[in-house]
Design a protein around this ligand. Sequence first.
Ligand SMILES: *[C@@H]1O[C@H](CO)[C@@H](O)[C@H](O)[C@H]1NC(C)=O
Ligand SMILES: *[C@@H]1O[C@H](CO)[C@@H](O)[C@H](O)[C@H]1NC(C)=O
Length: 213
Amino acid sequence: MKFLAASALLSSLILSANCRVVDLSVRQDDSYPANFKPNFDSVFSVVIQKPLSTVFPILGTNQGLGAHILLESIASDFQERAADSVNVNGNLEDAFVRTAAAAPAGQGFPRQHFSYIETIKIIPGLSLLDVVVHLDGTYTWDEARNITLYETSSDKSVVVRKIRRFEEINGGTATNVSEVINGQCPFLEQPITQSQARTAHQAQMNLYHTLFE
Ligand SMILES: *[C@@H]1O[C@H](CO)[C@@H](O)[C@H](O)[C@H]1NC(C)=O
Ligand SMILES: *[C@@H]1O[C@H](CO)[C@@H](O)[C@H](O)[C@H]1NC(C)=O
């Protein structure tokens, strides 16, 4: 997403200003969810003029996962990794499952592991300066309750957790897709990440309808 881009851009500017070479590849997997302290958020919803039974398979399962991630122009190289399932105590929307152990076959909620890349162009045409961000995540869904959970971490120390809800409206002819993002980014990047998160989130959701045309 673009806000990750903005964070990465800011990191690289700060680092180049310091004229230091620093390894930014800090993975937070070991500390998730224990050390997850969100410091930015975004809430948005869109209405899609299709019934929930059409919308959910595409936006709610692994079937359309790559397609909706790639609606972001800076996203590329979506890779579907392992598919497994995960047991949750209580509701999926209250859980953290990205780093949880897989459940025995046939139990729990379906979970799809994935990765993709975001490429931030600092100077158009000069690919040498591109900032490349690698993201790993899981997408987990509760089809009975029309709720899903999207969780990612990146090699630029940005961690995202997103709850997506699907609700039938207009007598079942349309679907309200609503999302709540909570994310954590490095302290210095918080102001730009917070503002970019909301812009990028709304831009992406406003393109969801294109998956159904
Ligand atoms: C989920 O959506 C289906 C329609 O596809 C609906 O029948 C069902 O009641 C919804 N479940 C909940 C818990 O809202
Ligand atoms: C969609 O759901 C969100 C979250 O519950 C709500 O704020 C919004 O008003 C809903 N939109 C419609 C058109 O029902």
